[in-house]
Ligand binder design. Structure first.
Ligand SMILES: [Zn+2]
Length: 358
């Protein structure tokens, strides 16, 4: 018997007016594995059968990205972040996107960029010595001037355009109120042009724009001190806090660090849905989570297919969770008057009497 069949029978049985007492479905229910939850004291039993059908479980997702351990290796950070969010959205509504790292993580430079820089340097030397000559000149994308070596372009760019940019930024910085707004409006085109051009000419020495790129992708990025484990601890605390407050139903953890196994176990115990993204093959984290993906799978959009079946499993578990709540012999007896001695009104007046008598 599958869960849907079970559930159909159960609803019919309830709607036929059967109630309380020895619930023949209890035994069947025990055949399924389910989560243990505190019974919800507020729920209304008579509405359960109906609400079980109608209520689609809400699944809010939080992404926790351990950047220290896991900058995407060969993928541009912005793209990786966007794909990650897209994959997480398959599991529910992505409400929180959080990334933690120690400061040094932001000096991270992707390996292929490091390679390119080395090549560029070698090429520059050859150009400067006149050993190789470029057919097409380098064009300054701000003012349009031509240069025959890359070094000359870079020098020009720094001396002219970088200075102009600094001047504009300082002007804006020192202005207040309406004047500031006007300056921003006045400079916005030029500053945008500079930004776009500088991306090709100047390579950032620090950070390779990782923070900016992730922020651009909508992540909330936190840097913590460079003490060992600082980022881990901050990330873990944030996860636990969010679980305590039941802000989400699904936790997506991006990490290879097996130090997170315990917090993932706790998440599962507390019936949160768990997903891990990482490249480590020993996979202690991945074994602990409900679902796991490599970066490759995220980038290829492969998470989508598996997400469907995982979400299906979660839904079954959710239905069972709520079915378990519905069965409470004690409460059934009270609600359906099988236990005649219990009378809410007389109980109320008894309490009132007690207080008046004091
Ligand atoms: Zn120029």
């Amino acid at each position: 018997m599958d869960i849907e069949e079970f559930f159909r029978d159960y609803s019919t049985w309830k709607m036929q007016g059967n109630r309380g007492g020895r619930d023949p479905f209890l035994m069947k229910l025990k055949n399924f594995s389910y989560c243990h939850f505190e019974p919800n004291p507020n729920f209304n039993l008579s509405n359960r059968a109906v609400s079980l059908v109608q209520k689609i479980p809400q699944n809010n997702v939080a992404i926790f990205w351990d950047l220290d351990n896991k900058p995407p290796k060969s993928f541009p950070p912005y793209e990786a972040a966007v794909r990650l969010k897209r994959a997480a959205a398959e599991f529910g509504a992505v409400r929180y996107t959080v990334a933690y790292a120690n400061r040094h993580a932001f000096s991270y430079v992707p390996p292929e960029v490091r390679e390119k820089r080395k090549d560029r340097k070698a090429l520059n030397q050859l150009e400067n010595k006149g050993i190789i000559k470029r057919v097409e000149p380098y064009v300054c994308r701000v003012c349009g001037r031509n240069f025959y070596t890359n070094d000359k372009l870079v020098n020009h760019f720094k001396q002219i355009h970088e200075r102009e940019q600094m001047k504009r930024l300082n002007q804006i910085e020192s202005a207040r109120g309406k004047r500031r707004v006007n300056l921003v409006a006045k400079f916005s085109m030029k500053m945008e042009k500079y930004k776009n051009a500088s991306r090709d000419v100047l390579t950032p020495k620090v950070g390779y724009g990782l923070v900016d790129e992730l922020k651009r992708a909508g992540f909330w990025v936190r840097t913590v001190s460079d003490k060992p484990q600082a980022a881990d601890i901050a990330l873990r605390n944030h996860m636990v806090d969010m679980m305590d407050r039941r802000r989400v139903e699904c936790v997506v953890l991006v990490s290879d660090d097996s130090d997170f196994v315990e917090v993932l176990k706790e998440a599962r115990l507390r019936c949160f849905n768990t997903v891990v993204v990482g490249d480590s093959n020993d996979g202690a984290l991945k074994r602990t989570a409900d679902a796991a993906f490599s970066w490759q799978e995220i980038m290829m959009g492969k998470a989508k297919k598996e997400a469907v079946s995982v979400v299906g499993r979660w839904k079954d578990r959710d239905v069972l969770k709520r079915l378990e709540w519905t069965y409470n012999p004690e409460r059934d007896r009270k609600l359906y008057g099988l236990d005649n001695e219990f009378d809410v009104e007389s109980w109320d007046s008894e309490i009132e009497g007690f207080f008046r008598g004091r």
